[in-house]
Design a binder for this molecule. Structure first.
Ligand SMILES: NC(=O)C1=CN([C@@H]2O[C@H](COP(=O)(O)OP(=O)(O)OC[C@H]3O[C@@H](n4cnc5c(N)ncnc54)[C@H](OP(=O)(O)O)[C@@H]3O)[C@@H](O)[C@H]2O)C=CC1
Ligand SMILES: O=C(O)CCC(=O)C(=O)O
Ligand SMILES: [Mg+2]
Length: 739
């Protein structure tokens, strides 16, 4: 049998660090089944260098890992393990560029404004790297995320803490009642393949072509607009209400996944909250390049070039705003980082569940948890959070020891819905009309717009929808669990989808299955009523709800979405196995740098890798891979059973310690199994070596804790250095090498 390849991604922050310890273990074990794990760089820094490869000297060029993997998604044998990566906001991108320049890479800075051709080219290259730039390329299939039985059993036995909910809690979700995308959405299904045109028509009738879109037969196209003036009034009103009620105010957007629309929304929040600052210094800010869409951090950054007295005036004006505004939720109260500092700091999918788990409280300036008005302007999805809050107020906090589970089947293939919307999202420059015309010139949809409004289109391909329906039914069948399609009767887009869902469900044997279609509020209530009775309900949702629900429920059920199994069965037959459903945990890197302790839990990597091996067994007949997979799953179960996951605090076993236990249990399982005697013989000595040296290895791992660790970079860490930092046990390393 020829060698089979699994591509293991090198990403950013905590997952990249964990990779330095874990990949050598996976590779050593995999080679016994003729499997090679190839590290492929899709980190933010790697993507920046690849984008400017042509401008760099030979020895500084790097492979374009993302394009490589992107092309490979078309192959039926594609098998990737993807760890979470940074979906960069502009401040993150700038920091990464600065770091690379400091390391001697002659790459251009991010241009604030692009006038020359060269600047335009630079901006276009960086635009491709911004926000959610990796996932839509690699996720060439729909999403299947769930908590495996062993993980669920562990959470029931060792529950994480849950903050108590009081009926008197004043926390609530707030969203626009009018003027948002929800209230203006229009949607059509194409009856034939054709190019449609997106145009802007000004008040004098001049037409500007914004974009031509080639659409396929059966493709669903949506158009919607958010009114800037209504958004601003909404923010103002929400601030006044929070002030009057004496509660905090917090903003939750997803500036990375909705990388064009949400930074603009975020920018409006900044300029409404700090209105007086912008009234007074707006012109100056324009001159020095302050961009509110990049947060208040942009002000602090840009004013450094001004004389001290002027800086003091600006800082005073910012301070004065706090006098009449409600208290603002903090990202880091010790460092004074507010909710409005950086658009990527408060990501709705992770921040809302964290708040709900924490008695509905966010952190105040004094570091104390407080009730908050959680503002998510777009009402489409924000309403579900109010349902959860109401539910917790009535029923108390969820109980991880008894609650059921809500796995998700999410529509995201072929850049479905918001994933593909970025190049069709426009901030309107003057009053007029945005419209979409078919090839014959008929108007398919149109919206009256005003200067500053955000207009966007989304497209969803028929093949993606068909596959999503199939995946939903398959999951319902395989897990014998009711499945709910979350389709809102009030949404134009969902009504188009509903017709297809009803049609495609007929392709499947539904005998004995419980499959329903419900609006969002109904669906979440139904799922929560069941969950507190220990019952499971599959949510079959669109792309944004996929993102939101796969943090929301896992964070209640398991404490973190890092413990999810997250699979992308690709439309062309390959598979991508993602690790967990959360992000790259920047806080964890800080802890490692300060005290050489990494609390990242690699459970997601363990689960994903087992499925990746399992697939090689099924699709390529690699029997040894099947045995590796089974034993890895058993080892993961044992690791959970014996509580060998990393703890949060120094002194215990961290990420590296948990990897050692995984390797030891895995080797023990392989030595003990009888399906493949060659593997059993091969792993018996390793199992013995690791078991005999457990105390020595743990001592070697513990010895490095407590001192700062140097990574020679944050975005572009020194790989050799991180392998050294993450593999400090010579005894363990030698044992692996002896295989
Ligand atoms: N799939 C992807 O590629 C995704 C990428 N991202 C990116 O990740 C970055 C950070 O996003 P952010 O919103 O802060 O969300 P994160 O999920 O990275 O962090 C939130 C918190 O979740 C906990 N956490 C997450 N993963 C783990 C893990 N494996 N082990 C232990 N704890 C974990 C940590 O909490 P605690 O410290 O309390 O233990 C962490 O501080 C952003 O750049 C974002 O774009 C975000 C989502 C998905
Ligand atoms: O693509 C992204 O930016 C984030 C994705 C994410 O949060 C998720 O898939 O859960
Ligand atoms: Mg998410």
């Amino acid at each position: 049998m020829s060698k089979q390849t699994i591509y293991y991604t090198l990403t950013d922050e905590a997952p990249a660090l964990a990779t330095a310890s874990l990949l050598p273990i996976f590779s050593s074990f995999a080679k016994e089944a003729d499997i090679e794990l190839k590290l492929t760089d899709i980190s933010l820094a790697g993507r920046i260098l690849a984008a400017f490869s042509d401008r760099l000297p030979e020895d500084q060029r790097v492979e374009d890992g993302l394009s490589f993997l992107g092309e490979l998604t078309a192959e039926p044998t594609a098998n990737f393990i993807k760890l979470p990566n940074i979906s960069a906001s502009i401040p993150q991108l700038n920091a990464a560029i600065k770091e690379l320049q400091g390391q001697g890479y002659d790459i251009p800075s991010y241009p604030e404004k692009a006038t020359s051709d060269e600047e335009k080219d630079t901006l276009a290259r960086y635009a491709k790297l911004l926000g959610s730039a990796v996932n839509p390329v690699l996720r060439q299939g729909n999403s299947d995320r769930r908590a495996p039985a062993a993980v669920k059993a562990f959470a029931r036995k060792h529950p994480h803490s849950m903050g108590e909910w009081k009926k008197t809690s004043q926390t609530h979700a707030d969203y626009m009642r009018d003027g948002d995308f929800f209230s203006s959405e229009q949607s059509i299904t194409m009856d034939k393949a054709q190019d449609v045109r997106i145009e802007f028509v000004d008040k004098s009738g001049n037409i500007e072509l914004k974009k031509t879109l080639p659409l396929l037969e059966g493709e669903v196209l949506d158009g919607m607009r958010m009114s800037a003036s209504k958004l601003r009034s909404f923010f103002e009103q929400s601030l006044e209400e929070a002030k009057d009620a004496g509660i905090m105010w917090s903003l939750h957007v997803k500036a990375t996944m909705m990388k064009v629309s949400h930074p603009i929304v975020f920018g409006h929040a900044v300029t409404v909250f700090y209105k007086e600052v912008w009234d007074k210094f707006g012109d100056l800010f324009d001159q020095i390049g302050v961009n509110p869409n990049n947060g208040l951090g942009s002000v602090y950054d840009k004013i450094k070039s001004l004389p001290q007295s002027q800086q003091d005036d600006i800082l005073q004006a910012i301070h004065d705003c706090y006098e009449h505004r409600p208290e603002i939720a903090m990202v880091d109260s010790v460092r004074g980082i507010t909710n409005l500092h950086v658009p990527s700091d408060v990501i709705v999918d992770a921040s809302m569940p964290a708040m709900i788990r924490n008695s509905g409280k966010m952190w105040g300036r004094d570091g104390k948890p407080k009730d908050t008005k959680a503002v998510m302007p777009e009402s489409t999805y924000a309403r579900i959070y109010q349902e959860v809050i109401n539910f917790c107020k009535t029923n108390g906090a969820f109980d991880p020891t008894t609650m059921g589970t809500v796995p998700n089947v999410g529509l995201m293939a072929q850049k479905a819905e918001e994933y593909g919307s970025h190049d069709k999202t426009f901030e309107v420059k003057q009053d007029g009309t945005m419209r979409v015309l078919d090839a014959a010139g008929n108007v398919l949809m149109q919206h009256d717009v005003e200067k500053g409004d955000i207009w966007r289109a989304c497209q969803t391909k028929d093949a993606a929808i068909k596959d999503w329906v199939k995946l939903g039914v398959t999951r319902a069948r395989n897990s014998d669990t009711p499945a709910v399609f979350w389709l809102d009767a009030e949404r134009a887009h969902d009504n188009e989808l509903r017709k297809k869902v009803e049609l495609y469900l007929k392709d499947h044997d539904l005998e004995g299955l419980d499959i329903r279609i419900m609006s969002y509020n109904e669906a979440i209530r139904f799922s929560m009523e069941r969950i507190i009775r220990g019952q499971d309900t599959i949510s079959v949702t669109g792309n944004v709800l996929r993102d939101y629900l796969t943090d929301l429920f896992p964070i209640m059920e398991l404490g973190t979405s890092a413990k999810m199994l997250s699979i992308v069965p690709m439309l062309n037959g390959g598979g991508m196995y993602e690790t967990g459903a959360g992000g790259s945990a920047p806080k964890h890197v800080q802890q490692l740098q300060e005290e050489n302790y990494l609390r990242w839990d690699s459970l997601g990597e363990f689960l994903a890798t087992a499925v990746s091996f399992e697939e090689l067994g099924i699709k390529q007949g690699n029997k040894k891979a099947t045995v590796l997979a089974k034993c890895l799953d058993k080892a993961t179960g044992k690791l959970l059973e014996n509580n060998k996951s990393p703890s949060r605090k120094i002194g215990d076993i961290d990420n590296r310690g948990s990897h050692f236990y995984l390797a030891m249990y895995w080797a023990q399982e392989l030595a003990a199994q009888s399906e493949d005697s060659t593997l059993a013989q091969k792993f018996a000595p390793l199992a013995k070596q690791l078991t005999d040296n457990e105390a020595t290895i743990l001592a070697e791992l513990a010895a490095v804790q407590g001192k700062p660790a140097n990574l020679n970079g944050y975005y572009h860490m020194d790989l050799e250095e991180i392998f050294k930092v993450m593999r400090p046990s010579q005894t363990f390393n030698a044992a692996l090498e002896s295989l």
